[in-house]
Every structure is written in structure tokens, then in C-alpha cells.
Design a protein around this ligand. Sequence first.
Ligand SMILES: [Zn+2]
Length: 404
Amino acid sequence: MFPGVIEPHSHIGIGDGIRDLATETKAAALGGVCTNLLFLRHPEPYDVLYREMKEAGESLAYGDFSFHLVLLTDEHLSSLPKYIEEWGITSFKFYLTYRGEDARMLGTDGIYHQVDGVDDGFMYDCFREVAKFPQGLIICHAEDIEIIRRERKKLVAAGRDDMEAWQASRPLIAEVEGVRRALLFAEMTGCRLNLLHISSQAALEAAKSIRKRYDKILIEVCHPYLSCHADEGVDKSHKFRPPLRSRSDCEALWQGLRDGNVNTVGSDHVPRKLQAKMGSVWSQPTGGPGTPVLLPVLLGEGYHKRGLPLERIAELTSYNPARVYGLYPQKGDIRIGTDADLTVVDLNRVKTVQAKDFEMFGDHLPCDGLEIKGWPVMTLVRGKTVMKDGKIVANAGWGRFLAR
Ligand SMILES: [Zn+2]
């Protein structure tokens, strides 16, 4: 039995709008997840979207939930006291990749937006303002878009439009440079920073070396980088940002989980159909579903295949994310006074991963076809059984918004 699993990295709302709150939290519960931390990303003031998503979640979600907000505009920045003190939202995402022409992104309303001003000056302000709140946390997508943009231009000019070219357009140096810059901004402003989806040994080492002298640095790994690597080729179902790396990078991340250098494991879950990723690699989106296999990957590929201790898995999936995101002690532990969020697993259950088993919006998983030993068999949220033996047994709307 594990303390209720927390999915710290999910992009709900990108698939089928607010209905994602039902389908994706149901899929999460089928995978043993009790709490979902969801990204809201919007260039307008967040007031309306926050209210809509909170209300939708409380009528549709199967598990508890909270939000991360993406900081994109000066209005967002000046609203920080409201987000933190009134709404109880303490984690803010900063994309190093959203600058210049690359700042075009898909909003929650399905429209591409042009956001100006996401540059180093805005980044300095974001880190500096969030640092004023002790519970505030910047969570960062760290890749240097200027390197990527130039590599991409050369590959496009050479007529390339294949996954190997797409992988090559996002070289290791882009991630390491992005990570080092985010670390510099955190250290110079005194801000807490969680580096999301670290994909390579080099980026992990960069973060570890700064953390020796500045301890407000946290490291997240997402499980696609643990269950997949690029050494045997990648197809469009494996299109992620950062891209999948080598087998040795993958093993270095597992070592980071084992030795405690990695703090949290997420999915970077995106409700997305495989079809949406077909067509040109340069124009079609990245990312895909992942939440339902967050825990199974750690049990099968971690505990059974690599000897990752179960206690460490409990830390990575519950205790640590609860503390990092201000949910502890309500979440993250099994003891008197905490919410009775529990994930019961059968360590000997063997099953092949099939996306269709999870009834989610998306239709693929990064480790589709992988035989995994160790599956959740029961999910309890605040004492209520939500999933039992692979079936949902609670009603939609049991989930509650968590002010942190
Ligand atoms: Zn993400």
C-alpha cells in the first residue's frame, strides 16, 4: 500500500476542454493516482478560466486536483498575490521556449496566441516576484529555443521532415543551456525552482552541481524518459520536448531516482490522439498521455527490473510532490490526520500496457505494448474507494480542489 499517488504534471483541457477533467482523472484513478496537478495556460487574465476549471473539476473529477499557472503576461505577474494568497495556487510555470516567433502556443480555447515579452527580462521579473513568497515555486521547461530554431531552419532547408531530424533539432546543449540559465536565475533571485522533465544525464549533473551550494533546486523526471529511449529509433508517438535521449541517459535518470537526486516523477500528460501527431514533424504537436502508467512504470521498470526500493517510489510519487507543492501533510503520507488517500498495488500482477484500458481522451501511451509487473488494484481518495480491480466504482465529482 502506498500513500496516494500524486500526478504533478498533467495538461488537462487540451483534449476535449472541461470534459478532460472527467476522462483524464478517471484514467488517473485507474492508474492509482489520487491527486492531479493540472496546468492552466492562457494569455488572458486567469480569473474566468480558474473559476470554470475549478467548478468543472468539482463536478466532474474522480480525484482531487489543483492547478499550476503558466506566467505569460505582466497582468499574470502582478496577480501573483491573488493567486497565492486568495486562490491557494503556489506553483508557476515558466517556458524558456516561449520567446519570439516560438511564443505561438495552443491556448486552452484551441486558438494559437502570440505572446510578447517572454524574454530574459520577463523571466528575471517572474523569478524575482515568485521569490518574495516562501511557498512560491517556479516550475520550468528549460530548453534554449534559439539553438533549436537555428538547427530546425537548417534541417527544414535540407528538406528533412522525419523524427530523426526533429530529434536532432533539439540537441542536448539546448537542454543543458536552458537548465543552467534557469538555475542561474533561481540562485540570483533566491527563488525555489523545480526543473521539469529533465531528460539527460548532462542536465541532471548541471542541476546537481548547482544544488551543492544552492539548495532550493528540485528535479523532476517524467516517465517517458524512463521507459523509452531513442537508441533504437523513435516514431511520432514518441515526440516529446525535450526529445527522448539515449539508453545511457535513461539509466542515469534511473540512478537519479535511486540515489535521491530526483525529487518527483511526473507524466507530462497531454490528452492527445495519435493522429494529431501525424503529418509534418515541424508543425504537428508533441506530447501525449501518460498519467495511468506513472506508478506501473516505477513498479515494473523500477522496482522489479532495477531494484528501486518501494520506499523510494512512495517518496517520488507522494511524499516529495506533496511537500514540494504545498500539499503536505494533507497528502503525501499514511498517518492520522492526513487525507485517507491510498494506492493499493499487486506487485505480482502482470499486464501489457494498452492505452484503451484507461478510457481517456488520448489513444496511445509511451510504453504501449510493454509488459509490466506490478499494477495498482485499488485507489482511495479521502477514504472513498474510487477504483477497485481496474474498475471505477465512484461517481464523477468526488474530486475536490486543493487550495495550497
Ligand atoms: Zn508539460
